[in-house]
Design a protein around this ligand. Sequence first.
Ligand code: 3H9
Length: 699
Amino acid sequence: MTAEYKVHGPVAVITLANPPVNGLGLSTRQGIVDGLNRANDDAAVTSIVITGAGGAFSGGADIKEFGTDKSLQEPNLHSVIAAVENSPKPVVAAIHSVCMGGGLELALGCHYRVAAPGCSVALPEVKLGILPGAGGTQRLPRVLGVEAALNMIVSGEAIKSEMIGMLPGQKLFDKLVASPEELAAEALAFAQSVADVRPLPLVRNLPCKHPQGDAYFQFARNMVKGMSKNFPAPAKCVDAVEAATKRKFADGLLFERELFINLMWTPESRSLRHLFLAERAASKIPDVPSDTPKRDIKAVAVIGAGTMGGGIAMNFLNAGIPVKMLEMKQEALDRGIATIQKNYEAQVKKGKLKQDKYEQRMALLSTTLSYDDLKDADLVIEAVFEEIGVKEAVFKELDRVMKPGAILASNTSTLDVNKIANFTKRPQDVVGLHFFSPANVMKLLEVVRGDATAKDVLATVMAIAKKIKKTAVVSGVCDGFIGNRMIEQYGRQGGFLLDEGCTPEQVDKAMEKFGMAMGPFRMGDLAGNDIGWAIRKRRYTEKPDMKYSKTADLLCEKGRFGQKTGAGWYDYVPGKRDAIPNAEVVKMIEDHRASLGITPRKISDEEIVQRLVFALVNEAAYILEEGIANKASDIDVVYIFGYGFPVYRGGPLNYADEVGLFNVVQAMNRFAKNPLDDAAFWKPAPLLAKLAAEGKTFN
Ligand code: 3H9
């Protein structure tokens, strides 16, 4: 049982004890009901307190139980809350730390609520693609007022307990104690003080009205519609809260239940739930236990003050960690510092950063032209030119100067981390930290594990990633690691689509309609088409049989490298990022197509999306099979946080699972028959073929 029962004088205390966040799984729910029964059967008990052990009152329904039989088994959360409401003895929720989702709904079912300050209070279900399904949409408006409650429900954002609930007219908390340490004693005292109150107060009996209901809900609906394209849950939250103002409580509850169940079955909710667990699972490395000792990271050094180096440095400054930046020339350092200042000043201007915080961050930044000055750093990250000879020189210098035990990291996006590690006499201390550009903005960090990388180095960089608010995923060593290795195949398919009849604009629009932040050609223009060109030139000698479209090479031969040259697949106006289609580029593609004797055909958006996404999926299957990624969900995390894959599709492998792997393989077999495509490429990776044949999924 994951709820404890103890009696303190006349008060029974039921303590949820289901770590890490007291999720309301089956055995916890059963524990609450058993505790209530015991307390009500015990003549010596006059009132009951429900609280949570450890660092939470409750994080809500147990997300890991969703979709399993346990989530359906009695007592479900509705029955638990009904048991609380119907308890003949008063039930007091003693709330602290985290009170979210079903946890808050449970508290709202209690007769009284005593809260500690600093507690994060939220109904965050909308972030999982659902809505509060145990009365939250019906009870919260009754204690907070309709508008405040709807804002909380639609945004899912947490508010600190001291900021809500005690304002005039609000009845979320009956008492806010002075400090978390006092909660237990105060809740016991409160419970005794209400022992004789009858009838017991119930939130459901409070009125729920909005003075201009119709106009307000119309306004709310319009707002939500504009902000939540592709996400069905927010609009349903509005419907449910409106029902609270217009229907009897019991009817509103039924309506909420119906909406909750319908949302639970949507692919969007499945994807968001998958992503919630995937993001947390990414930090777990199978052979690196969570209690692996970590090295202390108090000071960081960054080699290179270019866009990447500067962005990397900002992450650490933001987290309060001092950074020393090294460059070869003072002018380069000055330029780097100026860029960092400019970025921070833009944030200050927008009101996102306070002036004093900006000054504190800049005070943590220092510079040097000498490697010897870096020797005391605990972690050094190299962000220099992507050429193995340059990396060799840097790592030999680092090996010479850095103190023993310092972690030496490379920000390489393609080079062999094992080779880089072997430039030093301490390969166990070397790791890849592949930040994505702009490094101060993008959430993804690929942590590249070399053959010799020590486990405590991995544990340390995963922890530091969390500290600088990155989502880290571990990749083995291979060309392009997880993300760029897959994107190469995506780019190849994009090229074939141009040869066969598409324009860059058509492909980009189809992918953007699918939900990608940017289509492949706009993305190429942003990253720089010369990067792909350099890789292809290498491939032409390494893999002469691999088929490529030549259009991207022709584009680069014209010097159209993308946004940085003002021209790529599209034209760009200086200072703006809008992609303007260019007739010459379209003509270049048409001429090339004609030179190959290809008659263009009309290609549907569906085919475009399938070819590009399944290209990612097949390469991902090889990556999994080779052990480059530890698990399928890691690959989904890489694509969501690093490549703008739509969140509501849960990543390429989750999407493939949703489509059905049998259907994916069928489509690939069809594509293989296209003489203008690459039949060898569409041969399903053995893992994909096996899963499809067995009717299984990646995740
Ligand atoms: C709901 O309640 C539905 C009801 O309305 C209706 C039902 C009928 N369940 O984020 P962290 C785990 S829907 C199970 O790294 P933090 C998490 O997986 C639910 N597990 O820590 C991780 O496990 P592990 C509505 C949960 O301190 C560990 O806790 N509730 C749950 O940065 C630490 O998580 C939510 O949506 C859960 N509900 O943040 C709350 N929550 O160590 C979502 C967390 O094995 N949760 N875990 O990887 C959060 O927002 C944050 O996790 C929280 C802690 C603020 C609680």
